[in-house]
Design a protein around this ligand. Structure first.
Ligand SMILES: Cc1ncc(COP(=O)(O)O)c(C=O)c1O
Length: 381
């Protein structure tokens, strides 16, 4: 992977910033920005209904984008790809479209994969002491559950859960599985068919795509059985004053005119990621992680190989650390509870600093980060 060449694709990197807030939202390559621009300047219409040249062109572009997403995650059919606003909306779609009696999650879920399940009987799998997933606790809690909704890769520390085992155990117990892959799709090769996962959700803006667009993948037979929780234009092919006939997949879930710029931009992002190669991106992040100097830092969560590094400098508030890194050397990190308030509350930790790497980050940037952290550590000695 040629990092210098990749960096040239990201216009904002000319601004001399060190961007380590990728788990929140990475930067966008030129091809994504150009694709959004292309929509507004060349075919700014709506898809699937207008029988004129602009509408026909957009319909083709939307179909191509859906197809790129299908390829990216190894789905069988493009109808199994539902465009949503983001991962949060995709999870809520499932939570509002089906009635579950018992839902199992883990103790390291983003608020988006925790709050929607609290209205059901909700069992939380407790991590092992080293913050890895506890398969024994899971095997007990999954008995009698009808859904396991669990994070694939954690936004806390980049820990990837043993999802193959989780899915197998869940299915053996008759439970469906939803994977929150918001942090996995950007940097790991995923094959939903090999995983045999029932639902998978992710957000465009975390995989180099635009904001305001996300994806719900579902097995065709399951999606066919679900009723949409938002109704309106595009979701039906006919209606009377007191009845309606639902459209087929994927349209029955995509109510109203869509975020077309987001959809075509997401398609461009998917193509870009596949061209660079997700295995290459994953390897690059792991390599960068090895260059972090952890001495004197309090590690938060699991210190694995992934591109997310979560820590505190004892004696310093996480927001102060983030602001000092930004003001001294333009190093941009995230601070606070990372939408994982439940996890932080359970450990009685106020917050932390999260540095997350991506395909355009370099060893030199990590070394500069180490030097700045060294200076900050001296402040509290
Ligand atoms: C693991 C995980 N799940 C869900 C989300 C929610 O994504 P969005 O806000 O794009 O819906 C995030 C965002 O940070 C995340 O990291």
């Amino acid at each position: 992977m040629n990092v210098e060449k990749i960096r040239n694709e990201f216009p904002i990197l000319k601004k001399n910033i060190i961007y380590f807030d990728n788990a929140c939202m990475p930067l966008r390559p030129r091809c994504v920005i150009d694709k959004i621009n292309e929509y507004y300047s060349e075919y700014p219409s709506c898809a699937g209904r207008s029988h004129h040249k602009l509408g026909i062109r957009l319909t083709k572009e939307v179909n191509m984008a859906r197809d790129s997403i299908k390829k990216l995650i190894g789905a069988k059919k493009s109808e199994e790809i539902i465009f949503t606003k983001n991962a949060t909306e995709a999870i809520n779609l499932i939570a509002h479209s089906l009635k579950f009696n018992v839902v199992v999650t883990s103790d390291r879920e983003h608020n988006s994969n925790l709050l929607p399940w609290q209205k059901f009987e909700h069992r939380v799998v407790k991590s092992n002491l080293d913050n890895t997933f506890n398969l024994d606790d899971f095997s007990e809690k999954v008995v009698g559950a009808d859904l396991v909704s669990i994070v694939y890769t954690s936004n806390l520390d980049g820990y990837t859960l043993p999802v193959r085992e989780i899915i197998e155990i869940a299915h053996n117990n008759g439970a469906l599985v939803l994977l929150d892959a918001a942090q996995t799709v950007p940097n790991k090769k995923i094959d939903v068919r090999k995983l045999d996962v029932d639902f998978l959700v992710f957000s465009g803006h975390k995989m180099l795509g635009p904001t305001g667009i996300g994806v719900l993948y579902g097995k065709e037979n399951l999606l066919n059985d679900l009723n949409p929780f938002i109704l309106g234009g595009e979701t039906v092919y006919d209606s009377t004053y007191d009845s309606f006939k639902l459209e087929k997949l994927p349209h029955k879930f995509e109510a109203g005119l869509q975020n077309y710029a987001g959809i075509v931009g997401l398609g461009a992002a998917a193509k870009f990621l596949m061209k660079v190669g997700l295995d290459n991106i994953e390897k690059h992040e792991k390599m960068l992680k090895q260059h972090i100097d952890v001495e004197g830092l309090e590690i938060i969560g699991y210190l694995g190989e992934s591109g997310i590094f979560n820590f505190n400098i004892p004696g310093l508030n996480s927001h102060e650390v983030a602001m000092m890194l930004d003001s001294s050397k333009n190093i941009m990190v995230r601070s606070g509870a990372h939408c994982l308030h439940s996890w932080f509350n359970s450990k009685n930790i106020k917050g932390s600093v999260r540095a997350s790497f991506y395909l355009y980050n370099t060893i030199e940037e990590v070394k500069l980060f180490n030097e700045e952290l060294k200076k900050l550590k001296k402040l509290v000695k």
